[in-house]
Design a binder for this molecule. Structure first.
Ligand code: WTA
Length: 647
């Protein structure tokens, strides 16, 4: 982020304390949770695990910490699906709505806790009938339909680990993830609805399945109605399996450290990492944060998180956190502008949503669409609104506050990562005075510090965000690659978890997140590595070399800018190359702009100068270019960039 932006952030003086009305019924007011956790964070987490989660066997040790490997609630046993379903039904809340589902075309489903449990029991048996058992991996590639939740909870119920792949990823990306995990079963759908049309999933899956030898069975949910090929013996319709499966599947106790899921995320190399999350600690972390960060009152609130289940936000704050807390929530299948730009606000009004959780990139898009869109609807049910995925700029924060929160909803700007499992830095809405653009403070139970280059703690000013002690939802490693786990997160600052984010502390000790400091881009809140896109580009037969940078973008946070050198004599146009990247990774990774250049700027030792390319892409003046092997390359690129911004 440019220095001017940092300065602007630090000049942000507006403060928003929680209102008396909000405080009067909030779970947390004042500092008691912070004080308790500061005394003994392990004892604090143990109390949360005890109060918020049901265990079939108590744990012996709260935390076993062999840096960088942690185990939580060791010796304890529990079942995640039991916690998300059975216990609510047993307590007499089976008739409570778990999910108000809204399909993009306007069809709806209302699913109670008792109904969701029944569906999960049946599907758990269906998976068992296909030979899935404890320790197996199951891939999930589905649209935002209730079956995605059913599939995840069914895996949890029988002790199989799920690996959900976002429906927007390409068949190649799906195949890579299936193969890395050696998954036995793939659960997909014919297609789903998006922007008024059916997008095919099964045909994509079929392409992937040509190179995934570990897959024995494929389960297909009927949603899009598009025609699909079903390979006999391997492919099964979900509804057929359900019709034949038996109804009862008691939840079996799982070890607290049993693998719950893998979720692949981009790192600084081309190969995505399978982030591992386990059972007891993860469930404790997401249940606790979902309850306190959103001030959830399960009896009266209607909660809505607009993420996709393909991302960690969907795992922790659509599936596990809300259901473990017995919340009623909305799940929406489609895009925010179908049929009109007010679709989300019409859903808030329709279901009287009280808690709304979305991403800054969405908020900036709503800003572009104009205030008349939310103004068409009664949003007075809202009482807490949240943000996740990237830094929220003060303008977007203020717009969210005024036009969605109508000036009286606390905003929780929540910082966390796929790796952290749950929210780490965030206000507590009844306890924290917020400042627009700041995620404020680490939650009770979380240790975070900013350090400088040398790992020295910074108490004011900028540096690198680190986490100082283990937490229950932390990743347990990278699937199949413990060395990469140590190297990526624990080697840069010994004894500390390095998040990869820059951060700054202001005079009042508020934390301001400043974006990634590594080669990971954040495009619309989605993590994509520069190397991944570069390898996709270079895999095109016409491309000799490629360099990719993330440039600041007013809507998407960052935009992908590629510089490409073609092989001698080769020709390819920009849109073909963009489509090639979509095919390799997925549409989210398509470069916004591709510049063709006879050469890339390199140091004399041959290293591509990304910083310089970022400066070019963002139209900044270049500093010293004397280390460049050939400075004329840059001059030419600059001229081209200036031209294209005039077009
Ligand atoms: C960024 C998403 C600033 C950050 C839950 C982090 C944020 C990466 C915020 C993780 C926030 C997430 N403010 N930046 N409130 N939340 N980030 O794994 O760079 O998809 O490292 O997890 O998103 O992205 P991931």
């Amino acid at each position: 982020m440019a220095d001017e932006t940092i300065e602007a952030l630090l000049l942000e003086q507006r403060k928003f304390p929680p209102s008396e009305a909000f405080k009067s019924r909030a779970h947390v007011v004042g500092t008691h949770l912070y004080d308790e956790a500061a005394q003994d964070y392990e004892a604090f987490w143990a109390r949360q695990a005890d109060e918020l989660v049901s265990w079939s066997r108590p744990w012996g040790t709260v935390c076993e910490w062999n840096l960088p490997f942690s185990k939580w609630f060791v010796g304890g046993q529990l079942n995640v699906a039991y916690n998300c379903l059975d216990r609510h039904v047993e307590a007499g809340r089976g008739g409570k709505v778990a999910i108000h589902w809204e399909g993009e075309p306007g069809d709806t489903r209302t699913i109670t806790y008792a109904e969701l449990l029944a569906e999960v029991e049946r599907f758990s048996n269906a998976l068992k009938d296909l030979g899935v058992g404890r320790g197996d991996r199951v891939n999930i590639y589905l649209p935002m339909i209730p079956e995605a939740v059913v599939a995840m909870l069914s895996c949890a119920r029988i002790g199989a680990a799920h690996s959900v792949v976002f429906g927007g990823f390409s068949s190649q990306a799906l195949a890579d993830r299936i193969n890395d995990a050696s998954a036995k079963v793939l659960i997909t759908a014919d297609g789903g609805w998006r922007r008024g049309e059916v997008f095919p999933l099964k045909p994509q899956a079929d392409e992937a399945l040509a190179s995934t030898p570990s897959i024995e069975h494929v389960v297909v949910v009927k949603r899009g109605g598009n025609t699909v090929d079903m390979k006999s013996g391997r492919d099964h319709w979900y509804h057929d399996l359900m019709a034949n499966a038996s109804a009862k599947c008691p939840a079996e106790p799982m070890d607290s450290e049993q693998l719950l899921f893998l979720l692949y995320t981009s790192g600084t190399t081309g190969k995505p990492k399978g982030i591992m999350h386990t059972t007891g600690g993860y469930l404790t972390h997401v249940t606790y944060t979902h309850k306190y960060v959103f001030d959830l009152h399960a009896d009266t609130d209607v909660y809505w998180c607009t993420a996709d289940v393909g991302w960690v936000t969907g795992h922790s704050y659509i599936v596990y956190g809300p259901l473990s807390n017995g919340a009623t929530q909305v799940i929406y299948e489609g895009v925010p502008n179908h049929p009109g730009n007010d679709r989300l606000w019409s859903i808030v009004e329709k279901y009287k949503v009280t808690i709304f959780y979305t991403a800054p990139t969405a908020i900036r898009t709503f800003m572009k669409w104009g205030t008349q869109e939310p103004a068409k609807h009664d949003l007075s049910s809202l009482r807490v609104i949240g943000s996740v995925g990237e830094p929220i700029n003060p303008e977007a924060w203020m717009w969210y506050h005024e036009h969605i929160g109508r000036g009286n909803c606390p905003i929780v700007d929540t910082w966390w990562q796929t790796e952290t499992g749950g929210i780490m830095i965030s206000p507590l809405p009844g306890a924290t005075t917020t400042k627009p653009g700041s995620a404020t403070f680490p939650l009770p139970g979380v240790g975070a510090e900013v350090v400088d280059e040398n790992g020295k703690v910074v108490t004011k000013g900028g540096g690198y965000l680190t986490l100082t002690h283990p937490w229950p939802g932390m990743l347990r490693g990278i699937w199949g690659d413990p060395e990469r786990y140590k190297e990526t997160y624990w080697s840069r600052f010994p004894g500390r978890y390095f998040a990869g984010d820059g951060a700054k502390l202001d005079d009042d000790g508020y934390l301001w997140l400043l974006g990634r400091v590594d080669d990971v881009m954040n495009v619309s809140g989605h993590r994509i590595s520069t190397t991944e896109v570069e390898s996709a580009l270079v895999s095109h037969p016409s491309v000799a070399e490629a360099a990719v940078v993330g440039a600041n973008d007013a809507t998407t946070g960052q935009a992908i800018i590629a510089y490409v050198t073609l092989r001698g004599g080769a020709q390819v146009n920009e849109s073909d190359l963009r489509n090639h990247v979509a095919k390799e990774i997925g549409a989210i990774a398509k470069p916004k702009t591709i510049y063709f250049t006879p050469d890339l700027p390199k140091t004399r030792s041959g290293k591509i100068m990304r910083r310089l390319l970022r400066d070019v892409a963002e139209g900044r003046n270049l500093g010293d270019t004397t280390t460049l092997a050939d400075a004329s390359v840059v001059t030419e690129l600059q001229q081209r960039a200036a031209q294209s911004s005039e077009d």
